[in-house]
Write a protein that binds this ligand. Structure first.
Ligand code: PMP
Length: 432
């Protein structure tokens, strides 16, 4: 806080495509997609127009006892693009609550099924699911979460699939990976199965933990374990959903259907706050019953299903189709891979990780021993500050430089981004 008090942040007043423009007229390429959310760039005419028209119709009513046309149409479209078998939508307005709702839904599902002992959750170390109390309880990043420990419910934390710094594999090398983390996950699930309501996972990439990319097949195995031990799989697609991985949803990369899926961020193309917790007919049906049985899901926010936000989401989905956003991704993903393949040769780059148009570059003090830079050196912050001189806006995760641009970034812009990052790492790390 005291560091922040002395800081002088950029004041962004305008956006144009993938660019942010500050109050002095300086332009910065939005390298982190306005915190992992922007899909189509800023000030997109089609989305702006749709929002303006909706504002002239109605800005908000409520979903309590009513619905609105935009929320209903969007629900249908979300079901159409979701993994096979996900057919129901419950709205809220940010990623944390989308997860929170998933937790409550899973908990109550087992109560209705007559298994009241299934009350606990298993998640992963290095997981991030949001900043509300339930989401923090299943989170696994000590730096953010440890201070709140006395406030939290006790979740079980399995090892993070973090190959570069694996807790379990002595070689710490994904070429030798025996998936020890999955063996340990199964042991933890098997020991606690009678008490477990659900497993929560960020599919394919643990974002805030440092853009930690899971080994291929990891997610499929997690799905198998959830089936084998009869627990609900909650996929937190808040960051990885809406095209980031190269497919619309990360779960689709491994051909799996979770029982509950949390969405936010890219749902509106990154325009306005909206979230959805989607689920299957099976989970939904558990909440049906006679009036006197009181099978109600008690969870409602004032701005749930807001029609302006739903309109932005509909306009974004239309652009996904019209501009063939997913089909345009492979050359960008390949180019990013090529540049990361060069960046890894730098003396202070320990690991590079990529999934679709997401990447993390882990900076290390000593490449041979993998010794990290100490927190006080703020190496990630220094590199990102240097990158501002190259016209980039970036935000690190500790020693990891994050790449998470709008999906519509052009190849030329991606080149600018990678040139600037490479030059900034060279300037800052070569002297450290
Ligand atoms: N889950 C994941 C995987 C996230 O990355 C985030 C946000 N970074 C959240 C949940 C929380 O979303 P929000 O900030 O909208 O509450």
């Amino acid at each position: 806080m005291s560091e922040w008090e002395g800081s002088d942040p950029l004041v962004i007043v305008r956006g144009e495509g993938c660019w942010l423009i500050d109050s002095d007229g300086n332009r910065y390429l939005d390298g982190v997609g306005s915190i992992w959310t922007n899909v189509h760039g800023h000030a997109v005419p089609e989305i702006n127009q749709a929002i303006k028209e909706q504002l002239d119709r109605i800005e908000h009513s409520t979903l309590l006892g009513l619905t609105n046309d935009k929320a209903a149409i969007l629900a249908k479209q979300l079901v159409d693009i979701a993994p096979e078998g996900i057919t129901k939508v419950f709205y809220s307005d940010n990623g944390s609550t989308a997860v929170e709702i998933g937790l409550k839904m899973a908990f109550q599902y087992w109560q209705h099924l007559g298994k009241p002992g299934k009350t606990r959750f298993i998640s992963f170390r290095n997981a991030y699911h949001g900043d509300t109390i339930g989401a923090v309880s299943v989170g696994g990043i000590d730096l953010f979460h440890a201070v709140f420990n006395p406030l939290l419910f006790k979740a079980i934390h399995a090892p993070s699939p973090y190959c570069y710094r694996c807790e379990l594999c002595p070689e710490k090398n994904h070429n030798h990976c025996q998936k020890e983390c999955l063996t340990e996950l199964e042991r933890l699930i098997a020991t606690n199965a009678d008490e477990l309501a659900g497993l929560v996972i960020e599919p394919l990439v643990q974002g805030a933990g440092g853009m930690i990319v899971q080994p291929p097949g990891f997610l499929q195995r997690v799905r198998e374990l959830c089936d084998k031990y009869d627990i609900l799989m909650i996929a937190d697609e808040v960051a990885v959903g809406f095209g980031r991985s190269g497919k619309m949803f990360a779960c689709q990369q491994e051909g799996i259907t979770p029982d509950i899926m949390a969405l936010s961020k890219g749902i509106t193309g990154g325009y306005l706050p909206l979230a959805a917790t989607m689920t299957t007919q099976q989970v939904y049906d558990a909440f049906l019953g006679e009036y006197r049985e009181l099978k109600t899901f008690f969870h409602g926010h004032t701005f749930t299903g807001n029609p302006v936000c739903c309109t932005a989401a509909l306009a974004s989905l239309e652009l996904f189709n019209k501009k063939q956003i997913l089909a345009a991704l492979p050359p960008k993903i390949d180019y990013l891979a090529e540049r990361l393949g060069h960046i890894i040769t730098h003396d202070h780059v320990g690991d590079v990780r990529q999934c679709g148009l997401i990447a993390g570059i882990e900076l290390v003090k000593n490449k041979t021993t993998r010794e990290p830079y100490i927190w006080e050196e703020r190496i990630g912050v220094q590199v990102c500050q240097e990158a501002q001189k190259h016209g980039l806006f970036l935000r690190p995760l500790g020693n990891v430089i994050v790449i998470f641009p709008p999906l519509v970034i052009s190849l030329d812009e991606l080149k600018l981004l990678m040139d600037g990052i490479e030059a900034s790492i060279q300037t800052i790390c070569s002297n450290s």
